[in-house]
Design a protein around this ligand. Structure first.
Ligand SMILES: NC(=O)c1ccc[n+]([C@@H]2O[C@H](COP(=O)([O-])OP(=O)(O)OC[C@H]3O[C@@H](n4cnc5c(N)ncnc54)[C@H](OP(=O)(O)O)[C@@H]3O)[C@@H](O)[C@H]2O)c1
Length: 276
């Protein structure tokens, strides 16, 4: 019940999702686990032609076999988003093999939760998160965007994070900086490409119980299942809102702006308890 109140998901009816994606070429990164895998199931069932990206070929093949068994049209492209030359090749191959991409869902991501005092000798935490969460997706879109703009058609969905809409949470500096970098990049680009009818949706995704969030003790914190998170992705694809944000981040951010000291103390106490 608490989860429903905190995270009312918008489940698109089968028909409207089918209207939005049947026959459309949908590129989905991070499709082998969690939110991406759950989204792939719904999009394939609705008739999309799915192009799935993740590093592990084996994991992608498992997902593709399941979707094909249910009648889905699926192609897999094992690629490491932090290998920029491989990402450039991937984008070229996708256009060569499929002609165009209708919808890009930027979902692949790397999360690191580590306090700054444990990070002094770990500069690589910051470069790795920037590579996967920011620079890789930028490299991909730099090749895909010209075609979308020329065709005057396309939609880009970014799986961002609720953390960007909340008072700064301790221990997540590498992750939030990298997610924030791509979030800012896409929102700036969105203002330019809107004139060419290419639209974007930023989903400020709340906590989702997946492989990514499992190492952190979020016990007692209500969150979405991967399937519920995938409903938000389907809502983004169907209705194309500019953003999807949990309703309660607005009041919390307003409180933080008004009483920055107490917001920082609250986050600091949560940090000491290991909740943030
Ligand atoms: N879970 C949450 O609470 C939460 C909250 C807010 C936002 N998000 C965001 O939601 C997205 C999906 O997260 P999730 O919870 O579903 O995580 P997940 O279960 O760990 O899945 C992450 C996916 O990204 C792929 N991936 C990771 N590194 C990659 C790389 N270098 N190149 C290509 N693919 C890569 C993984 O496959 P391989 O390992 O095979 O590459 C996997 O398919 C992420 O962008 C995350 O930041 C999650």
């Amino acid at each position: 019940m608490a989860t429903r109140l905190l995270y009312p998901t918008s489940r698109p009816r089968g028909k409207s999702l089918r209207d939005a994606v049947a026959g459309q070429v949908v590129l989905l990164t991070g499709a082998s686990h969690g939110i991406g895998k759950a989204s792939a199931r719904k999009l394939a069932a609705a008739g999309a032609t799915l192009l799935l990206v993740a590093r592990s070929r084996e994991d992608l093949e498992v997902v593709a076999a399941e979707l094909r068994a249910d009648g889905g049209t699926v192609h897999i492209y094992p690629t490491d988003l932090s290998d920029f030359a491989a990402v450039e090749r991937l984008a070229g191959d996708l256009l060569a093999e499929h002609g165009h991409i209708d919808i890009v869902i930027n979902n692949a991501g790397k999360s690191i939760r580590r306090s700054i005092d444990k990070s002094y000798d770990r500069f690589h935490d910051f470069t790795r998160t920037m590579d996967v969460n920011y620079l890789g997706p930028v490299r991909l879109l730099l090749t895909l965007l010209p075609d979308m703009r020329e065709r005057r058609s396309g939609h880009i969905v970014n799986i961002s994070t609720w953390g960007l809409r909340m008072p700064p949470a301790p221990r997540w500096s590498a992750y939030y900086a990298s997610k924030g970098a791509f979030d800012c990049w896409l929102r700036s680009v969105a203002a330019e490409i809107a004139t060419d009818d290419v639209t974007t949706t930023s989903i400020y995704m709340p906590l989702v119980h997946t492989r990514m969030s499992a190492p952190t003790d979020f016990s007692g914190v209500p969150g979405l299942t991967a399937d519920e998170a995938a409903d938000l992705v389907c809502h983004a694809v169907t209705s194309r809102p500019h953003e999807i944000t949990p309703w309660w981040t607005g009041p919390i951010q307003a409180w933080s702006d008004l009483a920055r000291g107490s917001a920082h103390r609250f986050m600091g106490r949560a940090f000491r308890k290991g909740k943030a």
